[in-house]
Design a protein around this ligand. Structure first.
Ligand code: GLN
Length: 485
């Protein structure tokens, strides 16, 4: 086992026992990035000098007997996280040279524990996408098959786990962007309840949907990392002031007597046969462990994608108005007057998917259409939320696929945005409802591509989905398989 193969908890034990130092672990990770990232393109920016300084500081801390669960662990961050003094692009040309003056809350919490940040990870531009192909910095390749996409938008964050170029990473999930790439790269990804993790210092895409969460090699690591970043933050007025449970301590609760719901709208005709088989096997396993499985209904599921693409684009059109060449990032040259500066800067700075979304969102918010589109979408969102609350009156957890198919080829869905949007059909409703979900490795297709399983929990039910996932992981080997890189 190489140092870069280890989980957070395995590396922590070795750091604590002084079998390895953080500098050694960090060097091993930087060498690994150097060796394989040329093929994967998971990193937009690698920060070797800073990482080694942080690793030395972590080693001093460990020598003094002060080790937290993440002290000295080499991590990568999706390039949507604002990092003090380190370029933060959000995958966009418009922020190509943007160096923020502060750290966001999640990053600051990691730094307090003494994490080593090895670099900033590739993503779809402004987190808009499901394949990482909209990044200005080029597509990310799936380490399980370099012709396939790793999913998106946190594609770099998931690919880095699979390529073993980070021990763990942070991503964000607005409509599936942690869970879907986790599924496509065979790692664990958690989308926490809206308000569980602070969004302060996270570049906004759709503010009523965005959440920060971990991507890791196993469920134990997800519990550790979620626990590290969760909690109330006065700097984010939507963060919720409820205590953060000890996720790690709760992992071994088991699933005996747990009521697991199977939403009938998620097990439809047209589900890929390999995905269907993986779900059937997971259902059988949970039954054998003593869980009670029953069908439930989420009747408004069919409206979720349309609702999401009105609300998310409306919020994006407003959030992205700030990129106009005045305060942040790129500004066009040779401009005559303010209006032309705005127009030229935005025309040059944004890619085509971002432009499409700004136009859609602006249209949905414009006078005369606002009631017909935006207000209607908000009403449907309430119905979708209600569906979940009704289901959770009957069951504790929902089990569904993450994506209708295994990872698809690079370029396959680029010509048809609607096909791309439909690949998030099973993850989007969770964001609209504001509740939590986890993706865990649940098998492989006949072609050897990863398949993920989703467990959806009640609002603030992260501890339950983590322990339900842990029970599955204990009985399966999927999370131990390594991408052939
Ligand atoms: N694929 C979805 C979108 O393009 C979700 C992205 C995300 O969760 N950031 O909006």
């Amino acid at each position: 086992m190489e140092i870069f193969d280890l989980t957070i908890h395995e590396l922590h034990d070795k750091l604590k026992a002084k079998e390895v130092s953080s500098v050694e672990a960090t060097r091993a990770m930087l060498d690994r990035i150097e060796a394989v990232d040329g093929q994967v393109n998971a990193y937009i920016t690698v920060t070797p000098e800073q990482a080694l300084v942080e690793a030395e500081a972590a080693d001093r801390r460990i020598a003094a007997g002060d080790i937290a669960p993440l002290t000295g662990i080499p991590m990568g961050l999706k390039d949507i996280f604002i990092t003090k003094g380190v370029r933060t692009t959000c995958g966009s040309r418009i922020l190509e040279n943007f160096v923020p003056p502060y750290d966001g809350t999640a990053v600051a919490k990691l730094k307090e524990q003494g994490v080593v940040i090895v670099g900033k990870l590739n993503q779809d531009e402004f987190a808009m996408g499901s394949s990482n192909e909209s990044s200005y910095f080029g597509p990310v390749k799936n380490p399980w098959n370099l012709e396939c996409t790793p999913g998106g938008s946190s594609g770099g964050s998931a690919a880095a786990i699979a390529a073993r170029t980070a021990t763990a990473t942070l991503g964000t999930d607005t409509g599936g962007s942690i869970r879907q790439p986790a599924s496509h790269c065979s790692c664990v990804g958690v989308k926490p309840t809206y308000g569980r993790v602070s969004r302060y210092g996270v570049i906004a895409y759709a503010s009523s949907l965005d959440q920060v969460g971990p991507l890791t090699r196993d469920v134990t690591d997800a519990a550790i990392l979620l626990g590290a970043v969760a909690g109330y933050d006065p700097k984010d007025s939507t963060s919720v002031n409820t205590p953060v449970p000890d996720y790690l301590a709760g992992l071994k609760t088991g699933v005996k007597g747990l009521k697991i719901g199977l939403p009938k709208q998620y097990f439809i005709e047209g589900l890929d046969p390999d995905v269907k088989r993986a779900m059937d096997e997971a259902i059988a396993l949970y039954k054998s462990l003593g869980a009670e499985l029953r069908e439930v209904s989420l009747p408004h599921t069919e409206y979720a994608v349309a609702t999401y693409y009105l609300i998310a684009t409306a919020e994006a059109s407003s959030n992205l108005a700030r990129y106009d060449g005045v305060r942040f990032g790129h500004r066009a040259d040779e401009i005559r007057g303010l209006k032309e500066m705005y127009a030229k800067t935005r025309a040059e700075g944004f890619g085509s998917e971002v432009k499409r979304r700004i136009m859609l969102g602006t249209y949905a918010l414009s006078s005369g259409y606002y009631d017909a589109y935006y207000v209607k979408a908000q009403k449907v969102r309430t119905l979708i939320m209600q569906d979940f609350l009704n289901a959770f009156n009957e069951v504790d957890v929902l089990l569904t696929p993450i994506a209708p198919t295994p990872p698809f080829k690079i370029g396959e869905k680029l010509a048809d945005p609607l096909q791309m949007y439909l690949s998030d059909i099973f993850t989007i409703p969770v964001n609209l409802a504001g509740t939590c979900g986890i993706s865990i490795p649940a098998g492989f297709s006949a072609a050897g591509l990863p398949i993920g399983l989703q467990l959806i929990g009640k609002p603030f039910g992260e501890a339950t989905i983590l322990s339900t996932a842990y029970a599955f992981e204990q009985e399966t080997q999927w999370h131990l398989k390594k991408a052939p890189l």
